[in-house]
Write a protein that binds this ligand. Structure first.
Ligand code: NI
Length: 170
């Protein structure tokens, strides 16, 4: 397994729309394993392939308290269950140290392929439902700051640009 570099906002590559996985082969399984390692290492609860500059429809997630329950979603599709929406504080490995409330569907029905290539379906709510919607957005080139006001988004952009300037070698 290998840890992969994570793209950071406002990198334009985060705006790429990911393409479906045609076959869950060794290469895809390797990507899944590398993404899980990258996510756990960064102490995240979700990661989309887009964030590691691979523009295929692959998501990994683990919302358990002890990071013991990895979830793999290949070619995920979801539909909200009911009209209920709730705001929840979100963060993103591509926008470090920034958090904001985003309203999303409280419950969703998910269809995806697992690491074994087998289709599965599940219902999710609360944190898991939020996470699914957040990661799915990445595959569509959407970031959670897109839901904020232009003013707030500009502030995040300036903060990130400053961070990237500081990270440049002298
Ligand atoms: Ni994210």
């Amino acid at each position: 397994m290998a840890k992969l570099p994570i793209l950071e906002f406002p990198d334009e590559r985060l705006r790429t729309i990911a393409t479906p996985v045609e076959a869950v082969d060794d290469e895809v399984r390797q990507l899944v394993d590398d993404m899980l390692e990258t996510m756990y290492d960064a102490r995240g609860i979700g990661l989309a392939a887009t964030q590691v500059d691979v523009h295929r429809r692959v998501i990994v997630m683990d919302v358990s308290d002890d990071q013991s329950r990895p979830l793999v979603m290949i070619n995920p599709e979801f539909t909200p269950i009911g009209d209920e929406r709730e705001p929840m504080q979100e963060g993103c490995l591509s926008i470090p140290e920034y958090y904001a409330e985003v309203p999303r569907a409280l419950k969703v029905h998910l269809k995806a392929l697992g690491r074994d290539g087998q289709p599965y379906e599940m219902e999710a709510e609360g944190l898991l439902a939020h996470c699914i919607q957040h990661e799915y957005d990445h595959l569509e080139g959407v970031l959670f700051v897109d839901y904020l006001s232009v003013l707030k988004r500009d502030r995040v952009m300036k903060k990130m640009q400053k961070r990237h300037r500081q990270m440049q070698p002298a």
